[in-house]
Design a protein around this ligand. Structure first.
Ligand SMILES: C[S@@+](CC[C@H](N)C(=O)[O-])C[C@H]1O[C@@H](n2cnc3c(N)ncnc32)[C@H](O)[C@@H]1O
Length: 288
């Protein structure tokens, strides 16, 4: 089957099979498809060796009643019910289930990115190794405008980690080295022009205009996802995000162009937010 026709039949397959009615996409264009469901359900219906790149920003499991600082005010750290921890073993088991499914659906040369903070990233890193992925990089996403720490008892948290791994150690993954070296990354004060892209990326948290249609509590900046998509995919690739949130991965794919996107989120509110963001970018492709 020619590569650029792969997306459509599979989506039809998912939506027309009787047993899969619950995972029918709630939104679909010729290059953008959204499922409102538990990612474990949707992933289980996707065929093996199908996806080129996965970006996953799973729940941090940190919403347990703490406090943080937002716009100079003390606020609850809680992101939502989806972000509460069910205990170490249960959280680890959840991560193992979705990462295992991601491995099955990735092509051998396909890669997965997993982002997280100290609450989740070590579990995910351990599981990538246990499930025999080949870890390529651990990126430190430094946030130059991170909120101060109110307790003044620890260092102010100002970075997140992005693990990048390939399914099969022997396969050759996409890495657009030259574009990373010579591209323009005006938001990153640490990236020198025409020097190799390093593993510390300085990118501010999302701009207000990226949150025009509503706020997602853990929305990633478009500059971060544009870099991920640009670095690790090529034209006609299928990109999947099992924790779509406000759809930043999909919007970045749309801006870069000539990619297909599948997003999954358990929340209707966030799916609706993604559709609004997509329609905006379709009407104003040069907005960001
Ligand atoms: C950390 S956020 C992702 C934010 C996203 N990267 C963005 O830029 O907006 C995690 C998302 O996963 C969703 N979620 C949590 N558990 C899920 C599950 N089991 N299946 C699908 N989505 C889930 C939540 O609703 C939340 O939007």
């Amino acid at each position: 089957m020619p590569k650029n026709t792969l997306f459509e039949p599979r989506i039809e397959y998912v939506s027309t099979n009787k047993k899969t009615r619950k995972v029918k996409p709630v939104f679909k264009t010729n290059d953008f498809c959204l499922y409102k469901n538990d990612c474990l359900t949707v992933l289980s219906w996707l065929p093996g060796n199908y996806i080129d790149m996965i970006f996953a920003d799973p729940p941090y499991m940190l919403s347990n009643g703490g406090i943080t600082c937002h716009a100079g005010k003390m606020v609850s750290v809680n992101k939502g019910k989806w972000d509460t921890s069910k205990g170490f073993e249960s959280d680890l088991n959840f991560h193992e289930q979705w990462i295992k499914e991601c491995k099955r659906i990735l092509k051998p040369e396909g890669t997965i990115w997993i982002s997280g903070t100290l609450h989740s990233i070590y579990k995910c890193g351990y599981l990538l190794q246990k499930l025999k992925f080949h870890i390529l990089n651990d990126i430190s996403w430094f946030k130059p405008n991170a909120a101060p720490n109110l307790s003044c008892t620890v260092f102010a948290h100002s970075h997140e980690t992005l693990l990048w791994a390939r399914k099969d150690k022997k396969a050759r993954n996409t890495f657009n080295y030259k574009q990373m070296k010579t591209g323009d990354f005006p938001e990153d004060k640490m990236k020198a022009l025409n020097k190799q892209m390093r593993s510390v990326w300085s990118i501010p948290t999302p701009k207000p205009k990226e949150k025009e249609f509503g706020k997602h509590p853990t929305q990633k900046p478009l500059a971060l996802l544009k870099r991920v998509v640009l670095a690790s995919t090529k034209e006609n690739d299928i990109i999947l995000d099992p924790f779509n949130g406000s759809g930043t991965t999909g919007i970045a794919s749309k801006i870069i162009g000539k990619r297909k996107y599948i997003g999954i989120d358990i929340s209707k509110e966030y799916i609706d937010l993604t559709i609004k963001r997509l329609k905006q970018i379709m009407n104003q492709p040069n907005l960001f």
